[in-house]
Design a binder for this molecule. Structure first.
Ligand SMILES: [Zn+2]
Length: 318
């Protein structure tokens, strides 16, 4: 999308079928299909999943492929290239280095591969932004592994990394269970965003805010709590909403997605893709599906520009 800004975009949810086939063949990893059209069916979630867990099932193949640092580098460059070619000017790409160590690489090796690839690709293709490292909830990673992710996000801040996140199945724990991870981030000045108020309720959003999150991933369920909506607006917390993803996971319907309601109530809302392959979308599609007007577009992109963890400077629209 010309001049677009995407603040919530997962690397593992955005590996194309073509790239997956190339990476699997290069790395000798088995795939359920070697035809891109067939494989896409495995990489893309059903339009209406039973729950977030079913949606997260579509990440199995890309996560396996990304267990090799060279594949993380390849996928990062490929995504930056696609975004830049589509006219995007700024994107923050996130993933969990701690989930990619089963092939024998350390979190640090994964982090180095991603940062080097991102920095080189943004120069090569002309895209601004950075990487967000995700800690994982609900036992997907141990507290120790998550704390290592936080320390790496601090070490690579400004060298590819722009922030830290907490992702995974929200229903099972509270952001407060990960307080140490975000204490490390705060001590090092790493900007914080946390997935909350998607599968979980408003209590999860309050917990995320208490940990110093300046942005909330999704956050749409804040509408269940009027006083929280007021507080979010007052404190200038930005919500990274993702429309198609919320339809996929059943968090919202096209009637209940609260983007415009939140805009009317003065909340800093942004519109993002979440997962380009898993949700079969891109930023232009998200804007089109919601019938966003030019006026709304300038508000949403203005909000995104203000909330970006790195400076958005390329004002000239390509
Ligand atoms: Zn997400």
């Amino acid at each position: 999308m010309l001049g677009g800004i995407d603040l919530h975009l997962h690397l593992d949810g955005s590996v194309t079928a073509e790239d997956a086939i190339f990476l699997a063949e290069r790395s000798g990893i088995a795939l359920p299909a070697h035809n891109a059209d067939v494989l896409r069916g495995y990489l893309t979630a059903p339009k209406r999943c039973a729950d977030l867990k079913e949606y997260l099932g579509s990440f199995e193949i890309p996560l396996k492929l990304l267990e090799r640092p060279e594949n993380v580098a390849y996928s990062t460059r490929s995504l930056v290239k696609r975004l830049a070619k589509s006219g995007m000017r700024y994107a923050e790409i996130r993933f969990a280095p701690g989930l990619l160590t089963a092939g024998g690489a350390s979190q640090r090796e994964v982090a180095v591969a991603a940062c080097e690839a991102f920095v080189a690709a943004k120069e090569e293709f002309g895209l601004e932004g950075g990487l967000i490292f995700c800690a994982m909830r609900a036992g997907a990673l141990t507290p120790r592994e998550n704390e290592e992710t936080a320390r790496l996000s601090a070490e690579f801040l400004g060298k590819g990394v722009v922030g830290i996140d907490l992702a995974g199945d929200e229903a099972k724990d509270s952001p407060l269970d990960h307080a140490r991870v975000f204490a490390i981030a705060r001590e090092s000045g790493v900007p914080i965003t946390i997935h909350a108020g998607e599968a979980g309720g408003s209590d999860k959003i309050r917990a995320a805010m208490a940990l110093g999150a300046r942005r909330i991933g999704h956050g749409v369920r804040c509408v269940e709590d009027a006083s929280l909506v007021e507080e979010i607006a007052e404190k200038g917390i930005t919500l990274e909403t993702c429309y198609t993803s919320n339809l996929n996971t059943g968090v919202c319907t096209d009637k209940t997605f609260p983007l415009r309601a939140l805009m009317r109530r003065g909340v800093l809302v942004t519109l993002n893709t979440d997962n380009m392959t898993v949700s079969d979308t891109d930023l232009a599609t998200e804007y089109a599906r919601l019938g966003i007007t030019e006026e709304e577009k300038s508000v949403l992109l203005g909000n995104a520009e203000k909330a970006a963890f790195a400076a958005v400077t390329s004002l000239a629209i390509r």
